[in-house]
Design a protein around this ligand. Structure first.
Ligand SMILES: [Zn+2]
Length: 531
């Protein structure tokens, strides 16, 4: 028994069976119902979205002897003749291979004769944008004065290549990419009626891989169903058949990008390409991988991720150390890449450039890139790759606790030292003395921000902290609140509550704030003068 591809077998026989494209179906149906059929139609949109299927249904519907609610009955002589491809009323032309003037001239000669049976001669011209300018001109002449029994349906994935003069003669319908849910529902219907056992996750995965093209999704399903051969089609099996089960290459890729190891990233890429991966596909798979990690940083996002439980857990863990901003920066670079891959004959070079950009956010200036850069600096600080100019070393000096400074003691701190010492609360002295240790303990970008902090004693054991670039800085520091409270408590030997103050609170406060860096500078000057 010859095997019939599922997408042929499941080609919709009537408008009711069409998935999606409701706006097109309703309009065409009503035209049949009320006998208001036009003479020229332009069906445009992504491949596999139902343009030819709908054109064929329409061709039968206009010829049907007994249409049902605008849909062909598929039982009358005309319907059967067309379905069996015995009728001369429906003529399909593939413009990709019949694009010349001669082909269209032949049509013009034919259309002179009315149909011998049925009502309409329907010409379905697929890939219409492939027609030559001469052919379009010839077609235009027919479209200007079409015989009443002729219908042209031009189907194209590239409507912008069809001359405006032709478009203006046509009723234009845009076919949209189908939502994954719609495609999944159709696949479920097929699976059940074909007796193919399949997990919902597997069908959703195939629907998403179809990227809006029903035909693609069905072909993928066909491929996977054949492989599952009687067993249940699971997500993992589907992923295996389609060659995406192995996310390890993306995991390694992400690792090298995070380490800014462009050399390794390029090696991995080379390995994948040499192993037969399509560059565009590789890029979109990597995008999906990162997108999943990004989404999984939000609770409850598992529901929209088509992946096995294991890989979901793994991606969740992976995302813990990476900020959303950083992931968005990566996704931005890769999305740009997928755009440029479309128009590029050499896909390799733009892909490699993008990889290098991922590894070197310092060359970019977007906010995401800046955030990514900040994190890298933070990591380097943590790992001691380089150190920030220290504010001072009061904490390491044995005499630090005895000296003191004050914010308004700028020029002549040395002379005023005794009064200042008196003026500075003991707890504040202790905290300033331990400041370097605290900053080192907090580390990273937060530690660096603390360099500019001012402190004050609030009531009830509170320590108030002000970071000059209040908004962003304070928020950042707030993330380290617990640690800071722990350090402060250690310094002063009692429990401390930290209060982060805003710029307004800082300037309105009657409390005396001590600019730590400045205090330490003054302190050092005092120590020096005493020596
Ligand atoms: Zn019929």
């Amino acid at each position: 028994m010859a095997y019939q591809a599922l997408y042929r077998k499941w080609r919709p026989a009537g408008f009711d069976e069409v998935s999606g494209q409701e706006h097109v179906v309703t309009a065409l149906r009503n035209q049949v119902r009320y006998g208001r059929v036009g003479h020229a139609y332009l069906f445009s949109g992504t491949r596999g979205t139902g343009k030819t299927s709908i054109a064929k249904i329409f061709a039968r519907a206009v010829n049907c002897e007994n249409p049902q609610d605008g849909s062909p009955c598929n039982e009358c002589a005309m319907c059967r003749a067309i379905n069996a491809q015995r009728s001369v009323n429906v003529i399909e032309i593939d413009a990709a291979s019949n694009n010349g003037v001669d082909n269209i001239r032949r049509i013009r000669e034919e259309v002179v004769y009315p149909p011998t049976e049925g009502k309409y001669k329907v010409y379905i011209i697929d890939e219409a944008h492939m027609l030559t300018p001469g052919a379009f001109n010839a077609l235009l002449k027919t479209l200007e004065e079409p015989p009443e029994y002729v219908i042209f349906i031009l189907a194209t994935t590239e409507a912008h290549k069809v001359p405006a003069t032709v478009v203006s003669r046509c009723q234009s319908y845009e076919f949209r990419r189908l939502p994954s849910e719609t495609m999944k529902a159709r696949l479920r219907e097929m699976a059940d009626s074909e007796g193919i056992k399949a997990e919902d996750e597997a069908l959703m995965f195939l629907a998403r891989r179809g990227e809006g093209s029903m035909r693609d999704a069905i072909s993928l399903f066909d491929q996977c169903a054949a492989f599952a051969a009687g067993e249940t089609l699971t997500y993992d099996k589907a992923a295996q058949v389609l060659g995406v089960a192995d996310t390890s290459v993306f995991r390694d890729m992400l690792d090298s990008v995070l380490r800014q190891d462009a050399g390794r990233a390029l090696q991995l890429f080379d390995g994948a390409v040499m192993g037969g991966r399509d560059i565009s596909q590789f890029n979109s798979d990597f995008i999906w991988y990162l997108r999943n990690i990004l989404l999984l940083k939000n609770p409850g996002a598992e529901a929209v991720i088509d992946a096995s439980a294991d890989s979901i857990n793994e991606m969740k863990a992976r995302g813990e150390d990476i900020s959303e901003e950083r992931l968005m920066y990566y996704l931005g670079v890769l999305s740009e890449l997928s755009q440029s891959l479309r128009f590029s004959s050499n896909k390799r070079v733009p892909a490699e450039i993008a990889l290098i950009r991922l590894c070197r956010p310092e060359t970019a200036s977007s906010p995401e890139a800046l955030a990514s850069r900040l994190e890298i600096i933070e990591e380097k600080l943590e790992n001691g790759v380089f150190t920030v100019q220290a504010a001072g070393n009061a904490g390491s000096r044995s005499r630090s606790g005895t000296g003191a400074g004050e914010e308004d003691a700028a020029g002549n701190a040395a002379e005023e030292a005794p009064t200042m010492q008196e003026a500075m609360p003991e707890d504040i002295q202790k905290i300033i003395a331990g400041w370097d240790r605290i900053r080192a303990g907090i580390g990273g970008a937060a530690g660096a921000l603390l360099q500019n902090a001012s402190v004050s004693e609030g009531g009830q054991g509170q320590i108030m902290l002000y970071i000059p670039d209040s908004g962003f800085g304070s928020k950042f520091i707030d993330g380290h609140r617990e640690e800071l409270e722990k350090y402060f408590s250690e310094c002063v030997n009692r429990k401390v509550n930290l209060k982060l103050v805003t710029r307004a609170q800082y300037s309105d406060s009657s409390n005396r704030f001590f600019d730590i860096a400045k205090t330490v500078r003054d302190l050092n000057r005092i120590i020096k003068s005493e020596e």
